[in-house]
Ligand binder design. Structure first.
Ligand code: LRH
Ligand code: MN
Length: 388
């Protein structure tokens, strides 16, 4: 198999999971700028996600967020998705928007509040049974704002107890993905603030508990690809929430703020042979398109992941290994930069043509008139959002 054939085959098998909430209205505490034509329910979100797959060919699943995507019949929603060529992906729990969770959800000092939060997490596993989803994604906004507000240790005990209860509820083929975040909405201490805390909890839970790396959840200057390499080596990397940022959890399009970082991350993935779906890494987008057209932004994001991946696949691994072994620092860096500096857009256009797709997904999307059609159709009702 020539190098080119190998690279094209790997890119054709790549899978990126979109996020239902990216198609709805979103913003900051200052303002949510509503957009026309935004979906009004999970069905319309999935219809938009299906369009992303139609034009990119590598985004066949869409993650749901509960209760934002709660429906009466998840079997019916799965069938709706299937008719449009996509499937329902990770189920995201939400224990960060209820008044009862002001002092925490599963870490709350009040056992009744903890029980309520746990019940929601278990409900999400019930939903996975109905949608056929493999992954339960858990992010906890839990934390404190002032020193002394609560016992750091007691909260970890409560967290471990809840995670263990959820872990015990997982069915065959299901796993839980624990997401960490340095801060926000808590501003003194977050109960799952970093990869080490998430990793430690997942280690004590078992094989079906793994860590999710949200690329916007680190302190500035964090070497995220080190965390990727470490967790891959430990068999504890479950997936990514891809986005990018200039400052904090900005949730911008992946690769937009720092394409070189995304390349370095995908280089670790490719080097570990963890790109193929069989490796079990969930490559998910977790973004907010506050001011830009949402569907086009998601298409662009998928293309950014493809471009970073293609560059990573082009790294001359033999030359790199030889330079590293020889201690030739500059040669080793050169080999990597050579791949990064390669314009892979012609290769990706060729891939899309081979897949029977328009080489220019964004041009094809615009020419389809889909946005104009749904904007005209989606009149009345309430546009989807974060429901906060
Ligand atoms: C938290 C987070 C989490 C989701 C939410 C939409 O910042 O990254 O993954 O639940 O965004
Ligand atoms: Mn996230």
């Amino acid at each position: 198999m020539t190098d080119r054939t190998r690279v094209l085959a790997a890119l054709r098998d790549q899978r990126v999971e979109t996020a239902s909430w990216a198609f709805g209205n979103s913003g900051t505490r200052f303002k949510v700028f509503a957009q026309e034509g935004v979906p009004r329910d999970p069905y319309e979100k999935i219809a938009d996600a299906a369009v992303v797959h139609r034009f990119t060919g590598v985004a066949p699943t869409v993650a749901l967020h509960i209760p934002w995507d709660r429906v009466d019949d998840y079997g019916h929603l799965s069938a709706f998705a299937k008719e449009r060529g996509v499937a329902l992906g990770a189920i995201n729990a939400n224990v960060f928007q209820d008044d009862d969770y002001k002092l925490g959800s599963v870490t709350n000092p009040d056992p009744a509040v903890r029980a309520k939060a746990l019940a929601h997490l278990v409900e999400c596993v019930d939903i996975m049974d109905a949608t056929g989803s493999r992954d339960l994604k858990l992010w906890f906004s839990d934390g404190t704002n002032y020193p002394g507000q609560d016992s750091v240790r007691a909260r970890q005990d409560r967290l471990a107890e809840a995670l263990s209860a959820v872990y015990g509820r997982l069915g065959a083929g299901q796993r839980m993905l624990l997401e960490y975040k340095l801060f926000e909405p808590a501003f003194y201490m977050t109960d799952v603030p970093d990869w080490g805390t998430a990793y430690a909890h997942c280690l004590s839970l078992g094989d079906r508990a793994q860590v999710v790396i949200d690329t916007g959840h680190h302190a500035p200057g964090t070497n995220i690809e080190f965390i990727v390499a470490f967790l891959l080596r430990a068999g504890k990397l479950g997936g990514f929430d891809f986005n990018s940022r200039f400052y904090a959890d900005d949730d911008l399009m992946v690769g937009a703020a720092d394409p070189f970082q995304l390349f370095r991350i995908m280089h670790e993935i490719v080097s570990a042979g963890a790109l193929a779906p069989a490796a079990g890494i969930a490559f998910m987008l977790d973004q907010c398109h506050n001011i830009e057209p949402k569907i086009q932004a998601v298409i662009r994001s998928v293309m950014n992941v493809q471009e970073a991946t293609a560059k990573a696949l082009l790294v001359d691994v033999d030359a790199l290994a030889a330079a590293q072994q020889a201690g030739d620092v500059l040669e080793a860096n050169d080999v990597l930069m050579d791949a990064y500096q390669t314009d892979v857009r012609p290769l990706l256009r060729e891939l899309r043509a081979e897949m029977g797709l328009d080489p220019d997904p964004i041009g094809a999307f615009k020419a389809s008139g889909y946005l104009e059609t749904v904007t005209a159709a989606r009149v009345g009702g309430t546009a989807a959002g974060w429901g906060a």
